[in-house]
Design a binder for this molecule. Structure first.
Ligand SMILES: Cc1cc2nc3c(=O)[nH]c(=O)nc-3n(C[C@H](O)[C@H](O)[C@H](O)COP(=O)(O)OP(=O)(O)OC[C@H]3O[C@@H](n4cnc5c(N)ncnc54)[C@H](O)[C@@H]3O)c2cc1C
Length: 421
């Protein structure tokens, strides 16, 4: 439900000279509202309350400090104790200490987090999505009982190691990290790169090629206590700077067979199953990123004066804002449909891929229009649009690049695979 606010800058300049008019109360301006078609209203009341609780947390605890951490390239560990109290980790998963919830709730929470900060949403998505989903979807009953409850309580934080220094898009066929069975243990060797949360987390899901059957298999590695496992924090990023990405090196790391994800097929299909869900989640995150950029741009347009008037009163600025909102609503509508497909168990890899390709490409437009509408201040972190502008680039590429998503869709609609085999 949109509320109203008073824009002091705007009213100062539009006040009419006549005494009778100036005595009137200033007309309240609409508060920026990026849920223009009110689709959060589709949530059940108790789930809406969870989204509101998350919004309140993000606006009061994350927003005030996040620019500082973004500039410093560091993670706000100070937030972890209070964030755990929200009990959101494992949302959408049933049992094993997870909070449950509908697919729409999972999506809206990801969107809500990214609306304030895409890095925070990514940190959460890596733990609650990529890492926990790997165990939830591909673990044995025993593995789920052992690992998921402590991850849901966020006593143990997870990461997901798929990408390698020399193999990114081509991991399905070209993975170089190896797993060799030796009695009751597996020996892992290789490197992983770009791994979110890796420099500080407790549990790493490592995907490696079994030298015996050449198939990709997943392993739960207790990285802080496994000899031969080391992580170097990646420096110099210009996007998602709050997320700590690491380069992992594994030298003869021994992992018990009990930690091999053996509830799935033991092939790359297990990895792809996790990615189907998390690519869908990334589409929600990038939609939230657009919402954050738009709302901050709109607020600015209501307050910033040029030529003695709020820039939001200029037609060309209004066009930028309307185009941003159009992109956001288009993405939201698409995701409401994909979430229905997911709830019915009908979401395919190509459905998720189209959502990721479409929403991330629209986001690049949206955040650049938001940046543009702030003029020079659009490149200053303090004005809360530059961060969304930069972070969008990373989301455009992670969880499979735009080109990879497009190839998945292309294969599904034409019947021809354009992948290199
Ligand atoms: C901030 C961030 C966080 C990340 N977090 C994680 C994580 O937690 N875990 C993890 O495992 N990975 C993570 N990644 C890695 C991410 O998934 C990869 O960056 C992505 O899959 C692309 O791989 P690449 O960077 O090696 O690019 P490349 O695969 O080298 O691709 C380079 C370019 O070539 C294009 N290209 C490649 N092959 C083809 C083709 N056949 N046809 C057309 N174009 C092609 C790509 O689309 C891209 O534009 C993260 C990345 C970033 C940036």
């Amino acid at each position: 439900m949109p509320t109203t606010t008073t824009a002091s800058a705007a009213t100062k300049t539009t006040a009419a000279p006549a005494a009778a008019k100036s005595a009137k109360q200033p007309k309240p301006l609409p508060k920026p509202n990026s849920d223009f078609y009110e689709f959060a209203a589709d949530l059940a009341a108790e789930e809406l309350a969870i989204v509101k609780k998350a919004r309140d947390y993000l606006e009061t605890k994350v927003q005030p400090i996040i620019n500082k951490y973004w500039i410093e390239d560091s993670f706000p560990f100070e937030l972890l104790p209070s964030f755990k109290e929200l009990k959101l980790a494992g949302v959408g998963k049933q049992g094993y200490g997870c909070p449950g919830g509908s697919p729409l709730l999972v999506g809206l929470l990801a969107m809500e987090m990214a609306r304030t900060d895409a890095s925070f949403a990514t940190f959460f998505g890596v733990h609650s999505g990529l890492a926990m989903d790997s165990i939830y979807l591909n673990g044995t009953e025993e593995q789920k009982q052992k690992w998921l409850p402590q991850m849901a309580r966020m006593e143990k934080i997870g990461c997901f190691g798929l990408t390698e220094p020399l193999v990114g898009s081509g991991t399905a066929g070209g993975m170089t990290t190896t797993a060799k069975r030796d009695g009751d243990t597996w020996i892992l060797n290789g490197q992983k790169r770009w791994i979110g949360n890796a420099p500080w987390c407790d549990i790493s899901i490592i995907w490696a090629r079994d030298v015996a059957d050449n198939q990709v298999k997943g392993f739960i590695v207790e990285n802080k206590t496994t000899p031969g496992f080391s992580v170097e924090k990646m420096e110099g990023k210009i996007a998602l700077k709050v997320v700590q990405n690491g380069q992992i090196t594994m030298k003869d790391c021994r992992v018990p067979d009990a930690n091999r994800l053996s509830g799935g097929q033991g092939t790359f299909r297990d990895t792809a199953l996790v990615l189907r869900g998390t690519r869908h989640l990334a589409s929600w995150e990038i939609t939230g990123t657009q919402m954050g950029a738009y709302e901050n741009a709109l607020k600015y347009a209501q307050e910033r004066l040029q030529f003695g008037r709020p820039i939001g009163s200029f037609q060309l600025v209004q066009e930028l804002l309307a185009k941003m909102l159009g992109n956001i609503v288009a993405c939201q509508c698409m995701l409401v449909r994909t979430v229905h497909l997911e709830a019915q168990g009908k979401l395919t890899d190509s459905h998720a891929a189209l959502a990721k390709a479409f929403t991330t490409s629209k986001a690049r437009e949206t955040v650049s229009w938001a940046r543009e509408s702030l003029g020079g201040n659009g490149i200053l972190v303090d004005y809360n649009v530059a961060r969304f502008f930069a972070d969008t680039e990373a989301i455009y590429s992670y969880e499979g690049t735009y080109q990879m998503q497009t190839l998945i869709v292309g294969k599904a609609i034409t019947g021809f695979s354009a992948f290199v085999h």
